[in-house]
Design a protein around this ligand. Structure first.
Ligand code: SAM
Length: 449
């Protein structure tokens, strides 16, 4: 989501006549988009800003430095008070004002600006929607996959989570606007679209509502599915409680909807799930996975888990370990609980000591990694379809793409494969990555001839 927001602000600046700088060393303006979900992310952004102040500002005193995003929203003026090199702090509901504020600072009309006011009502929603739209065209190679924001904010109020305070209440875009943005992306060569929101399954609940037993979210998927030339649809993040039968059934019915679901479970203990205010139980969660696998047996299921939530006992943690074994996730992100300001969990009794959080984190990660690696090994010898996204992030001499169930496959290929749907034979698997061999598929094709 932050990547998408950064693109949108860059697009806004380009529309106002700014150009994208090749690096922060030559930029006149450097804005850091920030995340507040865990303390580690905030510390990283603060350290980065101190580094920019020391390195970039020293050589070029007129450079404008700013924070945007969730940490800007939650810390506000405090950032300018603590880091005097910061000129601009812009909250999550004020992205549309970024260019105006920069113009004022660069023209010398204002010294520093901090704007983290929440906007309200339909006018604010319209302003925000001006922000959507495509990233600026530059010399970058053709984009194959794209994120499309379908909503902002969150109403769930999980007790550990800062997002409802930094992103505000849920507000959804209209289906025709989203479809128009997707059509434009497809016309530029995009083949796969990921619909984005904090809790996408809540999309349009108030604004659009259900029709003929179909949630607004499923109506949206159907509308995007109808776009010619689009090959694949994904979405993130859904909430387990939003997985109604209409959505489960959509996986069996809509061929462009990839067999992949990221279902954040957070804990395997009903007691902890209740304290977290998650709104589902362990049996209900497992029943959703079962239903999805009934409709699409090879669906890739990912999750997020938090260890060390306040009051988590050894027994609760055992429940999480057993859920992980039972669910057999294809991918899992394991997070150490991080106390966030103003969240109910931050003041709950029985905060878990950091050493125990580390211990549980290591144990759960080991269990998860063993399962994920074992499941990946099963792909060796199989032929899978991938969408080629571009050079591999780890080794740019190779190419990479994703399977429909969201696994990364690396292979020897050339730039001309970018954007192609290719069948690859998997020849090897490491802990998180599959390696494919198009040559073998080529040989088979010759054999067939
Ligand atoms: N909206 C999604 C949901 O809750 O279903 C997840 C979005 S959140 C940005 C990504 C993940 O960060 C969460 O699923 C959770 O596992 C983790 N997270 C959120 N708050 C956290 C905290 N205070 N400490 C550790 N992890 C946290």
């Amino acid at each position: 989501m932050n990547e998408r927001d950064s693109e949108a602000v860059a697009a806004q600046l380009v529309a106002k006549g700014y150009t994208l700088a090749a690096s922060e060393a030559v930029a006149d303006v450097v804005l850091l988009n920030t995340c507040s979900v865990r303390d580690g992310a905030e510390q990283k952004a603060l350290a980065k800003m101190q580094n920019l102040a020391a390195e970039v500002r020293r050589n070029r005193p007129n450079v404008v430095l700013g924070f945007m995003g969730c940490m800007a929203q939650s810390r506000g003026q405090e950032l300018i008070d603590k880091l005097p090199d910061v000129d601009l702090v812009i909250g999550t509901q004020k992205f549309h004002r970024t260019a105006d504020y920069l113009d004022e600072i660069l023209a010398g009309r204002r010294d520093k600006v901090c704007d983290v006011e929440a906007e309200s009502g339909s006018e604010a929603a319209i302003k925000e929607h001006l922000l959507y739209g495509n990233p600026p065209a530059n010399d970058a190679p053709r984009q194959v996959t794209a994120f499309v924001s379908i909503m902002q904010g969150c109403n769930q109020y999980c007790t550990f989570c800062i997002v409802p305070y930094t992103r505000g209440p849920e507000r959804s875009r209209a289906i025709p606007d989203i479809v128009a943005e997707c059509q434009e992306l497809v016309a530029r060569g995009v083949k796969e679209i990921t619909l984005l929101g904090q809790i996408v399954t809540s999309y349009g609940r108030r604004e659009i509502g259900a029709k003929d037993g179909e949630s607004a979210f499923v109506q949206l998927i159907e509308a995007v599915h109808a776009i010619g030339g689009l090959e694949r649809i994904r979405f993130t993040s859904p909430h387990p409680k939003g997985y109604g039968d209409d959505l489960v059934e959509a996986y069996g019915r809509l061929p462009k909807l990839c067999e992949s679901a990221h279902l954040p479970v957070q804990s395997g203990s009903d007691r902890v799930l209740k304290l977290m205010h998650r709104g589902y139980t362990r049996p209900r969660y497992l029943s959703i996975i079962e239903k999805l696998r009934r409709v699409q047996p090879d669906i890739g299921i990912g999750t997020d888990i938090i260890v060390g939530f306040p009051g988590e006992t050894e027994e609760d943690f055992e429940q999480t370990l057993s859920l992980v074994r039972e669910a057999q996730f294809d991918q899992a992100f394991v997070f150490k609980y991080s106390q966030r300001r103003d969240t109910p969990a931050a003041s709950m009794p029985d905060q878990i000591p950091q050493s125990l959080i580390e211990e549980r984190h290591a144990e759960l990660l080991k269990t998860v990694n063993e399962i994920v690696a074992r499941k990946l090994q099963r792909f060796v010898g199989q032929t899978v379809q991938i969408l080629v996204e571009g050079p591999s992030r780890k080794n740019p001499a190779r190419l990479e793409g994703r399977t429909r169930c969201n696994r990364i496959v690396v292979f020897e290929g050339s730039e001309r494969h970018r954007g192609e749907l290719m069948d690859l034979r998997i020849c090897r698997a490491s802990a998180h990555t599959l390696y494919g061999d198009p040559a073998i598929v080529g040989l088979e094709a010759e054999d067939r001839e």
